[in-house]
Design a protein around this ligand. Sequence first.
Ligand code: GUN
Length: 281
Amino acid sequence: MAFIIDGKAISTEIKDELKQLAAEKKAEGVEVTLAVIQVGDDPASSVYVRNKKKGCEYVGIRSLSYELPGETTQEELLSLIQELNGRRDVNGILVQLPLPSHIHEDTVIRAIDPRKDVDGFHPQSVGALCIGQKGFVSCTPAGIIQLLKRSGIEIAGKECVVLGRSNIVGKPMSLLLLRENATVTIAHSRTRNLKEVTGRADILIVAVGKPKMITREYVKEGAVVIDVGINRDENNKLCGDVDFEDVAPVCSAITPVPGGVGPMTIAMLLNNCMESVSLQS
Ligand code: GUN
């Protein structure tokens, strides 16, 4: 049976380190502050936003909450972002996605000052990651690197296959693995002979949004499997993109859903908030 990577425990370890740092900053008179904006009342977004605010509270980061009605115009949202960009007492700005369809997501992301872009979604942040410069890194892939490192899993020289090519996970994930000196393949819905490609992976990262798609035929014996998916199965139970029961016996380490990658995303958001302070001083 595989070693089960405990994302909840590792995220708590990180949050406790950040708590210490936040207390030190507070003693220097700096109150780290995150502005969280939600437009509309999408239930899943409301859960994520609540958990982000709870994370802030745990660590000692002040959170400012902007819950705007679904009819908010793009101009109104941009004008709030401009105001927050200019506020010296706001270190990070997070606009929860998805936005209502009348608002252009790209325009909103670009409006955030890159020095406050704690989600790491601004093109400047993505570009910096691509060429190895300093900048915010998208929280889920950054969290996966921490999961691997803190579980003692070596990345350098390994064959890593990232299944999924989204801007938020797949693409930044592959750049981060490359930065860690892995050999990286990105596979996606148009990849031919998918089982052969994923079967080469020493570390397989799955972010496709298809419940239990990855069974043991996709996995090399002894591989490390990281499951980014959060889905509901036929019994409405939370499940990942990996069929955990089928895959766990053949791999060396695996993340569960829930309790694997999920908690790490918030821990890395809080970490980015803490780092934003030094970028702004
Ligand atoms: N929606 C789904 N994931 C995320 C995330 O990491 N950040 C934001 N802002 N919105 C999201």
